[in-house]
Write a protein that binds this ligand. Structure first.
Ligand code: ADP
Ligand code: MG
Ligand code: MG
Length: 888
C-alpha cells in the first residue's frame, strides 16, 4: 500500500522528490537533533493523486488523522482544544524550490472559542487575537478564495482610525474588533461562516495547498525555471511556535553567507514580535540579524551554532527561516540557498579552501549560465553620473532602462522593444510577469531576503531593493527622492545591483572584471576572479571537447584566443564581401563573359588574401576553418522593390542609370522563392566558375605568406551545404589543383585540410560516403535544424514558436538547445558513420548550439572533438565542456 504521510522524524534530505524540499530538510534537521517543531509531511504523491482525481486519494484522510493524533499526543494537547489549543501551520513545499509561489496557512486550529483559551493560556489576549486574525486572512484568501486586498484594507483602515503606524501599535481591543470585521468579510464574501471545526480547517488547508500547485503564477514560475508541471507539492503540517508573543519573540531569515557576494559573515533580517511572512513582506522595517545578539544573546548564539552546523552538514550556503518564542529558538526551514553568479563561484572556491568539497564538486556547483552573467558589462566607473539614491545590492548587474511602475506596463513597454526597470514599493508573486519582462527591479521597501530580491537573483535580473529614501507613487506613475527630485514613467534610470546605487539617466557600461581578467588586464586580488580562474583551469584539465570560436575578423579571433579558444571553427568569408567590397561582388554578379568574370575575381583576390592572412596570424599555430562562400548572391545586391522604384522613377525623367538597369535585371534573374533552399553553398562553387578557386588561392597564398614570415598557419577549407559526396569531390579536386599551383608558384608547401559542413539531412544520412572525401565534418546545426524541421528560423520564431512552446511540442526553442531526438539523432548518426569510414575524421560543431550549455553536454556525449562558438561564449563552453566530462 502507498503511504502518503511521513512524520518529520522519519524522513531525510534525500527524499526531496517525495517529501518536497521543505519537508525533506525539516526531517533532516529533526534527525540532526535541531529544534524543529514536531509535525508530519503529506507527500507529493498524495498531491499528484489529488490533482489527478480531483479528490482525496483513498486512505489519505485516515492517514492524516493517525499522524495528527500522534502529534497531539506528543504535544500533550488536541488541535483546537478550547482551553489550550494545539495550532498547526499548513505549509506547501515542492521538490524544486519555488519561493513564495504556493500557499501556507498559519494558526490552523483557532476558532471563536479556542482563541479565548489561547489568550488565557498565554496570558496575552492581544497575541491570541493577532494569531486569529492572521488565520482568518490567510485561510480566507487561500482556502475560501476571498480577495486578500479586503483584509489588508480593513487593517489599514483600522490603523488610520486609531492612529497606529504599524500593526504593533494596535492594542488587544483593536485586534478583537479586527477579528470581528474579518469574520464579517468572510460571511459577506462567501455567504458562509468561517469553519469553526479545527479538523475541517486542516482538511481545507491541505487541499488548497495541493491546489496552489496550479495557480497561474506557479505555472508561470515553473515555465520560467524549467520545472516540470506534474510533480506536485508536498504539504507540511507543523506545530506552531509563536514569534508574535511580545518583545522577547520574533521571526527572521538568515543566510550562512552573503547570497549576493558570497562573503562569509552574518546575513539576515529579524523582526521583533512578528509572525510568518512579516519579515519578507516589508510590512515593517526589519533589523539586521546581527542586532539579535543585543536583543536575545542566548537565541543568537544558538542560531550561530546551528548555522555553522548546517553549513558543514550541507557543505554549502544554507538559507534559514527561524522563529524565537519567548527566548527559545525554533528552526522552521532550511535549504541550500540561491545565490548570485559571483557568490556561486566565490563560495565554491571558499568551500574548496575549507576542505569541505573538492574541485570536481566546485565545478559541479557553478554553471556556464552563471559565468555568462559574470561576463555581463558593468557601469563605467569613470563616467559622469547623477546619484539619485542608494538601496541594498540585492542582485548584481548594471541595468539601464525606462522606469515603469506596474508589471503590466513593464510587459507592454518591453514588448515594444524598450528596456525597462520595474519600480515598486515591494514586489509580490503577482509581479512575476513584470520581473520577467524587466532588465532590472528597484524597490523602496524590503531587505535582501524580500520577494523582489529572491526572485530577481533567481532569474538573473539586476535588483536594488529597500531604497527607502524613495517615495514611490504607484498610482501617479512616479517616484520622488527626499530632496525633491522626481522620476516619472518612461524616464531613464540606471541601477547597479552590485553596489545598490540608483542613478538618473543612462550611465555608460563597460567590460566586467572577469572579462577584463580574460583580456589580460590586471584586476588585482579579486576573490571571484580567482575562483573563476581556478575552476576554469580544472574544467580545462577535465574536458574532452576542444573549444574553438566563430570569428570572421582578426579582432574577434584574437579576443577569442585570449578567452581560451583553441582555433577558429568557423570563419565566414561572406562578411569579407561587404562594405566597400560590395561593388567588386557586383562586378562578379554582372559579368557577362569569361573575361569580365575573371577580372572581377582577380580584383577580389588580394582583399581576401589579406583578410585570411590576418586571421591566420591571430590564430597562429591553431586550426582555422574557413568556409567558402555560402549565402545566395542576391544578398549582396540591393532589394528588388527599392531598385525597381529607383529605375521606374528615373525612367519617367528619361535617364535611368545603366548600372541600375543592369542590376535590376540581375536581381530579377536571381530572384528565388525560397532562397534558403536555392543557389547557395557548394552550389555556387559549382555554378560560378572560378569562385571557389579564387577563394582557395587566397587562403593558400595567405598561408604561404605566413609561413615565409615564420608563422605556423593551419588553414582548413570547408565546403558548405553539401548534400552528396559528388558535390564535395568536384570542389575538392578543384581545391587540390589550386593548391598544387600555389605550391609551384610560391615554392612553399602549406599543410591544409579539406572538409565539409554537415547541415543537410541528406549529408547526415550519407555521411559514410561523404567522409571518403572529407578530412573533417563541421555540423552546421542552425541549418541542420531548419532543414530537419522544415522551418526557417526568421519566419517561425516570431510567428508560431510561442504556441509550440505552450503546447509543449518542444520545451525550449530547437535553435537555442539542440533537439536531441531529431536533429541530435542525425548528428549522432553522421558522427558514427563518418568515423567508421574514416577513423581520424575530425568532428566539430559550428552552429550557435556550440555555445549552449545543454547542447555542449550532448556533443560531449556523442563524442565530437570540438565545439565552436562566438568569442564571448568561449569561456562558457570551456566550463560546460568540463562539467560534461564530469557527468560522462
Ligand atoms: P514559504 O515556502 O513561502 O517560505 P513557509 O511554509 O516557509 O512558506 O511559511 C512562511 C513563514 O511562515 C515561515 O517563514 C515562518 O515564518 C512561518 N511559519 C511557518 N511554519 C511555522 C510554524 N510552525 N510556526 C511558526 N511560524 C511558522
Ligand atoms: Mg519558508
Ligand atoms: Mg549553413
Amino acid at each position: 500500500m502507498v503511504r502518503y504521510v511521513y512524520d518529520f522524524a522519519e524522513g531525510s534530505r534525500e527524499q526531496k522528490d517525495l517529501l518536497g524540499g521543505k519537508g525533506a530538510n525539516l526531517a533532516e534537521m529533526t534527525r540532526l537533533g535541531l529544534p524543529v517543531p514536531p509535525g508530519f509531511t503529506v507527500t507529493t504523491e498524495a498531491c499528484q493523486a489529488y490533482l489527478g482525481a480531483g479528490r482525496d486519494p483513498e486512505g489519505l484522510a485516515e492517514e492524516i488523522e493517525e499522524h495528527l493524533e500522534a502529534l497531539e499526543k506528543t504535544m500533550g494537547k488536541r488541535l483546537g482544544q478550547p482551553d489550550d489549543p494545539l495550532l498547526v501551520a499548513v505549509r506547501s513545499g515542492a521538490a524544486a524550490s519555488m519561493p513564495g509561489m504556493m500557499e501556507t496557512v498559519l494558526n490552523v486550529g483557532l476558532n471563536d472559542e479556542s482563541v479565548r483559551g489561547l489568550a488565557r493560556q498565554s496570558g496575552d489576549e492581544r497575541f491570541a487575537y493577532d494569531s486569529y486574525r492572521r488565520l482568518l486572512a490567510m485561510y480566507g484568501k487561500t482556502v475560501m478564495g476571498i480577495d486578500g486586498e479586503l483584509f489588508e484594507s480593513a487593517i489599514d483602515d483600522l490603523k488610520t482610525r486609531v492612529g497606529a503606524t504599524t500593526d504593533i501599535d494596535l492594542g488587544a481591543g483593536d485586534i478583537r474588533a479586527l477579528v470581528a470585521t474579518y469574520l464579517q468579510i468572510v460571511r459577506e464574501q462567501t455567504g458562509r461562516e468561517f469553519p469553526q471545526d479545527p479538523r475541517d480547517q486542516l482538511g481545507g488547508a491541505v487541499r488548497s495547498v495541493f491546489e496552489s500547485w496550479n495557480t497561474e503564477r506557479a505555472v508561470l514560475y515553473r515555465r520560467q525555471e524549467g520545472i516540470a508541471g506534474d510533480l506536485g507539492t508536498a504539504v507540511n503540517v507543523c506545530s506552531m511556535v509563536f514569534g508574535n508573543l511580545g518583545p522577547d519573540s520574533g521571526t527572521g531569515v538568515a543566510f550562512t553567507r552573503d547570497p549576493a557576494t558570497g562573503a562569509q559573515g552574518i546575513y539576515g533580517d529579524y523582526l521583533v514580535n512578528a509572525q510568518g511572512e512579516d519579515v519578507v513582506s516589508g510590512i515593517r522595517n526589519t533589523v539586521p540579524l546581527a542586532d539579535l545578539e543585543d536583543i536575545d544573546k542566548t537565541s543568537y548564539d544558538e542560531l550561530m551554532r546551528i548555522m555553522v552546523l548546517l553549513e558543514n552538514h550541507y557543505r554549502d550556503l544554507c538559507d534559514i527561516e527561524f522563529t524565537v518564542e519567548r527566548g527559545t529558538l525554533w528552526m522552521l526551514q532550511t535549504r541550500v540557498g540561491k545565490r548570485t553568479a559571483a557568490a556561486a563561484f566565490r563560495i565554491a572556491g571558499q568551500l574548496v579552501d575549507q576542505g569541505l568539497i573538492d574541485l570536481d564538486e566546485a565545478l559541479r556547483r557553478v554553471t556556464g549560465a552563471q559565468l555568462a552573467q559574470l561576463m555581463f558589462p558593468q557601469f563605467d566607473p569613470s563616467a559622469d553620473r547623477t546619484l539619485l539614491t542608494r538601496g541594498m545590492n540585492a542582485s548584481p548587474g548594471a541595468a539601464v532602462g525606462e522606469a515603469v511602475f506596474s508589471s503590466d506596463a513593464a510587459v507592454e513597454r518591453a514588448a515594444a522593444g524598450a528596456r525597462v526597470i520595474l519600480v515598486r514599493r515591494e514586489t509580490t508573486p503577482d509581479d512575476l510577469h513584470g520581473m520577467v519582462a524587466a532588465t532590472g527591479v528597484l524597490t523602496s521597501r524590503g531587505g535582501k531576503t524580500s520577494h523582489a530580491a529572491v526572485v530577481a537573483r533567481g532569474m538573473g535580473r539586476t535588483c536594488v531593493c529597500g531604497a527607502d529614501d524613495l517615495d514611490v507613487d504607484i498610482r501617479g506613475h512616479r517616484f520622488r527622492t527626499s530632496d525633491g527630485r522626481q522620476v516619472a514613467e518612461g524616464d531613464l534610470i540606471s541601477i547597479d545591483g552590485s553596489t545598490g546605487e540608483v542613478f538618473l539617466g543612462a550611465v555608460p557600461v563597460m567590460d566586467s572584471l572577469v572579462v577584463r581578467h580574460f583580456e589580460g588586464h590586471d584586476t588585482g586580488e579579486d576573490e571571484v576572479v580567482a575562483a573563476v580562474v581556478r575552476i576554469m583551469e580544472h574544467a580545462d584539465r577535465l574536458r574532452r571537447l576542444a573549444v574553438r570560436t566563430n570569428a570572421d575578423t582578426p579582432t574577434d579571433a584574437a579576443r577569442a584566443r585570449r578567452f581560451g579558444a583553441q582555433g577558429v571553427g568557423l570563419c565566414r568569408t561572406e562578411h569579407m564581401f561587404l562594405g566597400e567590397r560590395r561593388e567588386l561582388v557586383e562586378h562578379l554578379i554582372l559579368a557577362t563573359d569569361e573575361q569580365q568574370r575573371h577580372d572581377a575575381l582577380a580584383a577580389l583576390l588580394p582583399h581576401q588574401r589579406s583578410d585570411f592572412e590576418q586571421v591566420l596570424e591571430a590564430m597562429d599555430g591553431l586550426p582555422v576553418t574557413i568556409r567558402l562562400l555560402d549565402p545566395p548572391l542576391h544578398e549582396f545586391l540591393p532589394g528588388f522593390t527599392e531598385l525597381s522604384m529607383q529605375v521606374a522613377v528615373a525612367e519617367v525623367t528619361g535617364r535611368p542609370n545603366p548600372r541600375d538597369v543592369r542590376l535590376l535585371a540581375a536581381v530579377k534573374r536571381m530572384h528565388e522563392e525560397n532562397p534558403m533552399l536555392g543557389l547557395r553553398g557548394v552550389r555556387l562553387g559549382l555554378v560560378i566558375p572560378g569562385l571557389f578557386s579564387m577563394q582557395t588561392r587566397a587562403i593558400l597564398e595567405a598561408a604561404a605568406a605566413r609561413r615565409r614570415d615564420g608563422g605556423d598557419p593551419r588553414p582548413e577549407i570547408m565546403i558548405p551545404l553539401v548534400g552528396a559526396v559528388q558535390e564535395l569531390e568536384l570542389v575538392r579536386n578543384e581545391v587540390l589543383r589550386v593548391a598544387a599551383d600555389v605550391e609551384a608558384e610560391t615554392g612553399v608547401s602549406v599543410p591544409f585540410e579539406v572538409g565539409t559542413m554537415i547541415e543537410l539531412p541528406r549529408a547526415a544520412v550519407t555521411a559514410g560516403e561523404i567522409a571518403g572525401a572529407a578530412q573533417f565534418f563541421s555540423f552546421g546545426t542552425n541549418d541542420l535544424t531548419q532543414m530537419t524541421w522544415g522551418f526557417s528560423r526568421d519566419d517561425v520564431e516570431v510567428s508560431f514558436f510561442t504556441q509550440y512552446l505552450e503546447h509543449g511540442i518542444f520545451a525550449v526553442s530547437p535553435f537555442e538547445t539542440i533537439d536531441r531526438d531529431g536533429v541530435g539523432a542525425l548528428v549522432r548518426l553522421a558522427a558514427e558513420q563518418g568515423r567508421a569510414a574514416r577513423p581520424d575524421l575530425t568532428l566539430g560543431v559550428c552552429g550557435e548550439h556550440g555555445g549552449d550549455p545543454s547542447s555542449i553536454h550532448f556533443f560531449d556525449e556523442v563524442g565530437l572533438d570540438y565545439v565552436s562558438c562566438s568569442p564571448f561564449r568561449v569561456p562558457v563552453a570551456r566550463l560546460e565542456a568540463g562539467r560534461a566530462a564530469l557527468d560522462g
